[in-house]
Design a protein around this ligand. Structure first.
Ligand code: S3P
Length: 457
């Protein structure tokens, strides 16, 4: 769904009382996309509980229907997908609009690239700026062709390979989207498709492929992780429960660390080690954060996260090799770092420049607007922490069609001295429907008065 049509909706957020209680965050976005896509590529019925009902995932659900699967919403978070089987995608009647979702469009390009059909993809102004060549280059090795705008941008038409060949591909960027697109394409190629990732990225696709019955093996080697997938499996429909999203949990967790006197629990959050880098970083900054009741649900590790505001955080240097395990959490980390004592140095984060917005630039300009000094380089951001009471606030933030920029500054506003205005909060629903309601309820309703939703003139 696009947020670049219609009027922006701004919101001004003021200082909050302490946050208390239980924060139920939505289902994991990465896992939700994959559940719908693998359900569509399976034979029989897949039942999904806890699916994220954000705009991004709804776009993937609509896309799967356009490729011929039956996709039904049975109740809140409860979905049924009746799949067409590997190689069974039908040619869509019309252009597929993926709204804001890079994951959706890239994974689905992979999933259709080895079937002899043609599909045209587009998205909102943010997605139309993002590079697709990183996916279409490996898909060309299978025999797929693609025709897009300058720089490999959407709108783009992909013509699936009629006689695909298997591929051996070493990832040139640490990207789970690229890895997943290649693996999904490999499903309908004969023989063995191999992906080598020098730096591990989130492994939900591999786990879920195994769960649906694919023949997939993973081996650590001197080159990195070597993933081998046998082509033409018969995937069988599954019952899945989607864990709650650690990238969404990051917002109430960070807000609780910003607002004195807070203590909250976020239950049932995915803590897959390829996603959990933020929690390690927060501990290094001195945060009191505990993972309780650790268990496994649907092939993914899950825990309840308890976080307490105990005092001042210290700025740290985040190890660059941790970047893939917390790639979506740098915006909220940068906001939290504003309340720390000392500098927080984030290196090796060049990939942030090609997310829903250029997140290094968006955070740097936003932090400056609320009185926090920063330094920025091509792939580095340094936040000069102002201490627990030192963030002035008071500025207007451009959310740039980026849900995580909007939510990061909404959290910062809850502990800044003066209210902060966010120019457009509509993108929040791409990943976190109910975000504002949840934050208001954790604050005991106290934050409500300082807030107002109104369209910009
Ligand atoms: C995702 C992978 C990451 C991440 C995105 C979700 C996924 O992107 O930023 O929000 O579900 O595979 P890259 O693969 O581009 O790093």
């Amino acid at each position: 769904m696009t947020h670049d049509a219609g009027s922006p909706v701004s919101r001004t957020i003021g200082r909050s009382g302490s946050l208390r209680g239980t924060a139920h965050v939505p289902g994991d976005k990465s896992i939700s996309h994959r559940a719908l896509i693998l359900g569509a590529l399976s034979v029989g019925e897949t039942r999904i509980s806890g699916l994220l009902e954000g705009d991004d995932v709804r776009d993937t659900a609509r896309a799967m229907a356009a490729f011929g699967a039956r996709v039904e919403r049975l109740g809140a978070g409860e979905w049924r997908v009746t799949g067409v089987g590997v190689g069974g995608f039908a040619e869509p009647e019309d252009v597929i609009d993926f709204g804001n979702s890079g994951t959706g469009v890239r994974l689905v390009m992979g999933a259709m690239a080895t079937t002899p059909i043609t599909a045209t993809f587009t998205g909102d102004a943010s997605l139309r700026r993002r590079p697709m060549g990183r996916v279409t280059r490996p898909l060309a090795l299978f025999g797929a062709r693609s025709f897009g705008r300058e720089g490999g941008r959407l709108p783009m038409t992909v013509v699936g390979a009629a006689e695909p060949v298997p591929v051996r591909y070493r990832l040139p960027v640490a990207s789970a989207q690229v890895k997943s697109a290649v693996l999904l394409a490999g499903l309908n190629a004969p023989g063995e498709t191999v992906v080598i990732e020098p730096v591990p990225t989130r492994d939900h696709t591999e786990r879920m492929l195994a769960g649906f019955g694919a023949d997939i093996t993973i081996e650590e080697s001197a080159e990195g992780r070597v993933i081998r997938l046998a082509g033409h499996p018969e995937l069988a429909g599954q019952r899945l429960t989607v864990p709650r999203d650690p990238s969404s949990a990051a917002f109430p967790v960070a807000a609780a660390l910003m607002v004195p006197g807070s203590e909250i629990v976020v239950p049932g959050v995915g803590i897959n080690p390829t996603r959990a880098g933020l929690f390690e970083t927060l501990r290094e900054m001195g945060a009191d954060i505990r993972l309780e009741n650790m268990r496994e649900e649907g092939g993914e590790p899950v825990a309840d996260i308890r976080v307490r505001h105990t005092g001042t955080l210290r700025g740290i240097e985040v190890p660059p090799e941790r970047a893939p395990a917390m790639i979506d959490e740098y915006p909220i980390l940068a906001a939290l770092a504003a309340f720390a004592e000392g500098d927080t140095v984030m290196r090796g984060i060049g990939e942030l420049r090609v997310k829903e917005s250029d997140r290094i630039d968006a955070m740097a300009r936003g932090l400056e607007a609320v009185g926090v000094p920063v330094e920025e380089g091509e792939d580095v951001l340094v936040v000069h922490g102002r201490g627990p009471e030192g963030v002035r606030g008071g500025g207007t933030i451009e959310s740039r069609l980026d849900h995580r920029i909007a939510m990061s500054f909404a959290c910062l506003a809850m502990a800044a001295r003066d209210p902060v205005t966010i120019d457009d909060v509509r993108p929040v629903t791409t990943s976190f429907p109910g975000f504002f309601e949840l934050m208001v309820s954790l604050a005991g309703g106290a934050a409500e008065e300082a807030e107002q939703a109104r369209p910009l003139p």
